[in-house]
Design a protein around this ligand. Sequence first.
Ligand code: CA
Length: 413
Amino acid sequence: MKYKLSVLATLLLATPTSLLAATTPTPQYPEVTEQLFAQCKADFALLAKQQGVTDDTITRALLPASLQAKVIEYDRNQPEFVRTFPDYVSKRVNDWRINKGREMLKEHSALLQSLNQRYGIPAHYLVAFWGLETNFGQYKGKMPIVASLATLACDERRSEFFTKELLKALQLIEKERIDPEQMVGSWAGAMGHTQFMPSAYLNYAIDGDNDGKADLWNSVPDALTSAANFLQGLGWKPGFRWGREVKLPDNFDYQLIGRSTKKSLTEWQGLGLTKADGSPLGAAEIKASVLLPAGHEGPAFVIYDNFSVIMRWNFSEFYAIAVGYLADRLIGSGELVQPLPELPTYTIADMRTLQVNLNQLGFDVGEPDGILGPATRNGIQGFQVAHKLVADGFPSLRVFEKLQQLTGETSTN
Ligand code: CA
């Protein structure tokens, strides 16, 4: 597939009304004004006090925090295009990260070995997280954490989550005796080498270099020890991989893909799956699911329990594959066997149109939101089965074309 034009451009220009029909209004939230922010901060100060935060911390850390208009802007900033797996993974698991990661494995080998012994997390996974989160500490973010979290807590969209994190941030300042001015990170509150949210920092950070403080900004031993402790806490199973690339048999039943279907490797092997190079998968009672992040023309993966652990760190299948694949590359594995397919560029509007059209034809995908989630994949799969297309649940150009044919006809009449 060599489509460079947006699906919208190739398919929808002829029937622009379908796009209008597809656009669902995004919910509006009240503007966070200076006045609202001041009131919200005052209310939060009372709550924090009830939770045992001292007046001193409230005065030093919370009261000077100013409204961060940019944070609201970042939070509202909807991407125009749907992220595709080939684009995502090729940008993240790149030569620079692989080479730098291998250097880091060597440079910190003693520390990493001891962490593997103590926590059961192999070195190459820790380094993969580190590389993906901050380019091994090169970019840790410079936004003021308390002010950013306070802004998000005072905004209705995700107020509950960020109110909790803001409280944790204040508790963290007390526990680790952090200077609030030095507490910087991403606009959404993630901090240090491995981008811990305040709750993770508070619960899992470890003083790895024994200087009396868990400092995830300035100490690599602290950051990597904390990452190992966090992964152990999230349920990492020592001795197991994240998953691996596999090859599906020609007669594969695509209804079996997705994290909700689990079978043992023995069962998958019985269904004809092999390792990507064609060698036996190996019979084992390990439970695994099959993922096809770029459709049936792209690479296939089996994923194990540790994949879910990675997703507890960051709830994204693409992210979890990138961690696992980068970890493998760091210790010498080659590139993916199945080349990444060139996919058409989908805009969010394209995806909404697809969802509206599927709903219209009776393949329920829920409220059209422009996001390719499990419900949309199921709807696509049902549509593919009904129209004798490869039922991989993937929005290929053929799916868009077929849908456009069917719904374009009805809507123009
Ligand atoms: Ca330390």
